[in-house]
Ligand binder design. Structure first.
Ligand code: GDP
Ligand code: MG
Length: 370
C-alpha cells in the first residue's frame, strides 16, 4: 500500500492543500500538508471532494491503455462494425438473418449458426463486415454510456409499408448523438403497400436527408424476403467504411470489448468479445472488468474453434474467471500474477466505491475515524 503527502494529493486533485488539511481535521486527523496519509484516507478525501477515485498504483497505471496510442505505421485496415436499429417489427432480425445468409464462408461451411451476439460475413468480393446481432437501442446506448463505442456504422431500418415510428426517431437521435454515420435501409420493399418515397420524405422532418433527396445519407430499398437490395446494401456499407479508413494495429497484445456474457453450466463463464486492436490468441492471459483468466478456447459465430482473433472479429472466449459485463474492456497482460493483481485491485476499488457512495456506511466511516 502506498502513501501520499497531503500536498501531493491536493496537486493531483487541483485543490488547495489547506482545504484538504481542513477536511482531514473534520475527519479527526491532525496532519500538515507535508505529512503522508494512507490510501484509504486519500480515497475518502477524494470522494469527499467529489472527484473520481483513481488510486495511483503500478497496477492501475500500467493497465490504463488510454494514453497508449498505436503508431500510425502499425495500423492496418480492419472490417467495419455495423449495428442495425429501427422500430419493432420493421424487420431488423429478418435483415440480420438475410445478411448472414450472404456469407460466402458460411455457404462453404454448411450453414451452422452460433448465436454469440455478433457475426462476421465475407462478401462475394472478399471483404469482411461485422454485424452486432443484438439490435436494440438499449444495448447501443448502454455500451456507449460505459465508454464502449464499438459501432462504426448504423443501419437504420424503416419498413416501406409503415412509417417513421417512435423507435425510429429514437434510433436517429442515438445515432446522431454518437456521431456514427447512418445508412437507411427501407425494408419490406416487396410488399404491395410499400411506399419508399413516402419514407424518404418523412425522414426529412427528422433531418435525415437521403441521397435521393439530395442529401448525403445513403439509402437503399431491401427485402429480407426476396433478397432484393442486399448486395447494394453491402456495397454501401463497404463504401462508407472506405471513407472512414478504419484501422487498427493487429500486431500487439489484444484489447477487446465485451458484447455479451453469460454463465454456461458446462463451459463456465462465456463472453462474446469484439477485438478492437491486437490479436487475441489461445493461451493469452487477460483481465476483463474485475475478472482475470486465460483464453482456453475461442469459437467464432460458425462454431469453429479458432486460435487467433484479429481486429473486428467477434469471438466467444472460454477461460475467464467470472462473468464480465457488456461494455467491459478485455486486456491481455504478460503474466498471471499481473492479471490477478489488476483484477484484485479493481475488485477492491469497486467495493470501495460502493461503500463510500452509500450514505449510511459513509457516516460509519466518519464516526470510526473521529
Ligand atoms: P424486428 O422486430 O425489427 O426484428 O422485425 P422482424 O425481423 O421480426 O420482422 C417483423 C415481421 O416482418 C415478421 O413477420 C417478418 O417476417 C416480416 N418481414 C421482415 N422483413 C420483411 C420483408 O423484407 N418483407 C416482408 N414481406 N416481410 C418482412
Ligand atoms: Mg427482432
Amino acid at each position: 500500500p502506498e502513501a501520499i503527502t497531503v500536498q501531493e494529493l491536493a496537486n493531483r486533485m487541483a485543490e488547495k492543500g489547506a482545504d484538504l488539511v481542513k477536511a482531514l481535521f473534520k475527519m479527526g486527523m491532525m496532519v500538515t500538508v507535508n505529512q503522508t496519509i494512507d490510501q484509504d484516507t486519500a480515497e475518502l478525501l477524494v470522494t469527499e471532494f467529489g472527484h473520481n477515485i483513481q488510486r495511483v498504483s503500478e497496477a492501475d497505471v500500467d493497465i490504463d491503455t488510454a494514453a497508449d496510442v498505436d503508431a500510425e505505421d502499425t495500423l492496418k485496415p480492419r472490417p467495419p462494425v455495423v449495428t442495425i436499429m429501427g422500430h419493432v417489427d420493421h424487420g431488423k432480425t429478418s435483415l440480420l438473418d438475410a445478411l448472414r445468409g450472404t456469407d460466402v464462408v458460411r455457404g462453404e461451411a454448411g450453414g451452422i449458426t452460433q448465436h454469440i451476439g455478433a457475426y462476421q460475413i465475407k462478401t462475394k468480393g472478399g471483404d469482411l463486415i461485422t454485424f452486432l446481432d443484438t439490435p436494440g437501442h438499449e444495448a447501443f446506448t448502454e455500451m456507449r454510456m460505459r465508454g464502449a463505442n464499438v459501432t462504426d456504422i448504423v443501419i437504420l431500418v424503416v419498413a416501406a409499408d409503415d412509417g417513421i415510428m417512435p423507435q425510429t426517431i429514437e434510433a436517429i437521435n442515438h445515432t446522431k448523438a454518437a456521431g456514427v454515420p447512418m445508412i437507411v435501409a427501407i425494408t419490406k420493399s416487396d410488399k404491395h403497400e410499400a411506399n419508399p418515397q413516402k419514407i424518404r420524405e418523412r425522414l426529412l422532418e427528422h433531418e435525415v436527408i437521403v441521397e435521393q433527396m439530395s442529401g448525403d445519407v445513403q439509402d437503399v430499398e431491401v427485402s429480407a424476403k426476396t433478397g432484393a437490395g442486399l448486395d447494394e446494401l453491402i456495397e454501401k456499407i463497404l463504401l462508407q467504411a472506405e471513407l472512414m479508413e478504419l484501422k487498427a494495429n493487429p500486431d500487439r497484445a489484444a484489447e477487446a470489448t465485451v458484447i455479451e456474457a453469460k454463465l454456461d453450466k458446462g463451459k463456465g463463464p462465456l463472453a462474446t468479445v469484439l477485438i478492437t486492436r491486437g490479436t487475441l490468441k489461445v493461451g493469452d492471459i487477460l483481465v476483463v472488468g474485475t475478472h482475470s483468466g486465460r483464453v482456453r478456447a475461442m469459437l467464432d459465430d460458425k462454431g469453429r474453434q479458432i486460435k487467433a482473433a484479429p481486429p473486428s472479429l467477434p469471438v466467444e472466449v472460454l477461460g475467464i474467471g467470472g462473468v464480465p459485463m457488456a461494455g467491459d474492456t478485455l486486456t491481455v497482460v504478460e503474466s498471471e500474477a499481473r492479471a490477478r493483481e489488476v483484477a484484485a485491485f479493481r475488485q477492491e476499488r469497486a467495493t470501495a466505491k460502493r461503500t463510500t457512495t452509500a450514505p449510511t456506511s459513509l457516516e460509519n466511516m466518519f464516526s470510526a475515524l473521529s
